[in-house]
Design a protein around this ligand. Structure first.
Ligand code: F3S
Length: 402
């Protein structure tokens, strides 16, 4: 791979041992994909996970003197102050999260602890070359904003943030951003929840860049978020097109770059019904113990919708909304947090569904509108019924999914 003089110096340790290691990792990735050179980035997002490997790598980089050249936004772990104060995590778990916080702080990251940065705190421009990890973030910034990133891991995005460059291959190049699969949507798309179900069709859609037809001409930010998150729960997708909606797909021909689709997939109501009764969704018509929303993080529009639906009512089970600190702060100023708390609900910032802070629900059944929320915490012993938001709220009020 061709490297500039400055990058050769970085590789030899001119800046820090950490920067040299970060670049070595990226050169290795670039060589795997025959990237001819490195190109500069102007933005990044690191999918911090608060897991062992995440902490190991971040602390290793700190120890080697690495610092972020491009300060990335980061994913949620759990809100240390809230869960510690409410005795919902052990000393050991709190200590782990605290070390994660210190490591990323020392690296110079923006401690946003939010998995939907593309909706407010980290919005790239069209054609901007960036390094984004996180399952809903990568397809969103490529597909909706027209920015350019490969499907980075948390570690490769951190390396890119340290070096300020990425290897030039894959979705950074025009020719790799064209559609492969024509997806004809014949299922009824009645709400943003339908996009959760459409995204969860990844196994049926198969590998490649999907081009969706048959959708409305307006697809909300929340629907795009849901689609990308679930495509990457059921498969691995860096990008999609919606004809007449996303910027690189003004027409079917443009979406495919003049090529013919490799295959055509049709999505029907029966496909959606199967997801609702799959292995990840506990069968309905049963008592529930809690409700959990915000995987990926809830928008202020959704917080407002939930608060209005619960105003003046009493929940039968605890209801949790996970969102960014910014959205929580807005919800507080708008009086929504008070409404939710009066009903028995709570908003937690900086928190992910796949974290030890939810261990109190081990062996219990929750309700959620997100297949992703049902999928990952399952390994921690949490079960979920997946339903649309209105049905979830009714269930939380009544204590059962009917
Ligand atoms: Fe966000 Fe965690 Fe879900 S990072 S998308 S809340 S698994």
């Amino acid at each position: 791979m061709e490297l500039t003089k400055d990058l050769k110096d970085m590789l030899e340790g001119k800046y820090s041992e950490g920067a040299a290691l970060a670049l070595k990792v990226q050169v290795g990735i670039g060589e795997c994909f025959n990237a001819p050179r490195m190109v500069p980035i102007t933005n990044s997002h690191v999918a911090l996970s608060n897991q062992e490997m995440d902490l190991w790598f971040a602390e290793k980089m700190v120890g080697l003197g690495a610092r972020a050249k491009i300060s990335p936004t980061v994913n949620p772990g759990f809100c240390l102050s809230y869960f510690k104060q409410h005795n919902m995590v052990t000393e050991e778990e709190a200590e782990h999260m605290s070390r994660v916080h210190e490591a990323y702080k020392t690296l110079g990251c923006r401690l946003t602890y939010n998995c939907t940065p593309y909706m407010d705190t980290n919005v790239p421009f069209p054609n901007e070359i960036i390094a984004f990890s996180e399952s809903s973030a990568t397809p969103y910034v490529n597909s909706v904003w027209g920015a350019r990133t490969n499907r980075e891991s948390a570690q490769s995005a951190l390396c890119a943030s340290i070096t300020g460059v990425v290897p030039e291959y894959g979705l950074l190049l025009d020719e790799n951003r064209k559609g492969d699969i024509l997806v004809e949507v014949k299922a009824k798309m009645s709400s943003d929840f339908s996009y959760n179900l459409l995204g969860y069709m990844g196994k049926k859609i198969g590998p490649g860049i999907p081009v969706f037809v048959g959708l409305e001409s307006y697809v909300s930010p929340e629907a795009h978020r849901n689609l990308g998150a679930e495509l990457n729960t059921s498969g691995a997708y860096g990008m999609y097109h919606i004809v007449g909606v996303t910027p690189e797909a003004p027409t079917l021909d443009a979406a495919f770059g003049g090529k013919k689709p490799k295959r055509t997939v049709v999505i029907t109501d029966e496909d959606f019904e199967r997801v609702l009764a799959t292995e990840i969704s506990d069968p309905g018509n049963r008592k529930i113990d809690f409700a959990l929303f915000g995987c990926p993080h809830t928008s202020i529009k959704e917080v407002r919708y939930i608060a209005k639906a619960l105003e003046g009512k009493k929940l039968s089970v605890p209801l949790w909304i996970m969102t960014s600190a910014l959205t929580k702060s807005n919800a507080e100023k708008m009086g929504l947090l008070d409404i939710l708390r009066a009903a028995g609900g709570e908003i937690v910032e900086d928190t992910c569904s796949d974290q030890p802070c939810w261990h109190l629900y081990k062996g219990k059944v929750g309700v959620t509108e997100s297949p992703k929320c049902a999928y990952y915490p399952r390994k921690r012993g949490l079960e979920f019924v997946i339903r649309d938001l209105d049905t979830c709220l009714k269930a939380a009020l009544e204590g059962a999914v009917i």
